[in-house]
Write a protein that binds this ligand. Structure first.
Ligand SMILES: [Zn+2]
Length: 155
């Protein structure tokens, strides 16, 4: 096979996790729902990854995704941003807000940076030891503000 005629499969991939997953999914001719089902993940999880809300994948999630996409997990890992990079001091700074959201997700919250509406996502899931936990994600509808925290049961 003459490989010089077309770009290398991986070289041509986007450099963000969100776009990379989307492109790989489309190459497989899968919808978001199709990928979710194939990877045994929730549709919300796929949406969060492709919308850039999730910048770092749990190992189990990365493996499931990679398997469903027919790629090596490293192809995803290389463009992930570790939680510390994404949140860092901000994660701790915004913890009180995240706890408020956990207690009352419907209250309506505004961005601490620009006062625009915050988009709230809470979902229950289990860690690899099947411990129930609630993941709270918030991001601003206007600026780049985002924060998330995973609360284990009883915090
Ligand atoms: Zn904002």
């Amino acid at each position: 096979m003459d490989t010089s005629r077309r770009p290398h499969l991986l070289d041509a991939l986007p450099l963000t996790l969100a776009q990379r997953v989307q492109v790989l999914r489309q190459r497989k001719h899968l919808t978001q729902l199709g990928l979710a089902e194939k990877a045994n993940l929730s549709l919300a999880a796929i949406r969060d990854i492709e919308s850039g809300l999730d910048l770092f994948l749990a190992t189990a999630v990365r493996l499931k995704l990679a398997r469903a996409l027919g790629i090596n997990p490293g192809v995803l890992k290389v463009v992930e941003r570790p939680v510390d990079d994404a949140g860092g001091d901000d994660a701790a700074r915004h913890l009180p807000l995240l706890i408020q959201v956990l207690d009352d997700p419907e209250a309506g919250y505004t961005c601490p940076d620009c006062s625009e509406r915050l988009v709230i996502r809470c979902f229950a899931r289990e860690d690899m030891n099947e411990t129930p936990m609630t993941e709270v994600k918030i991001h601003c509808s206007q600026c780049l503000f985002r924060a998330h925290h995973t609360f284990s049961q009883g915090r």
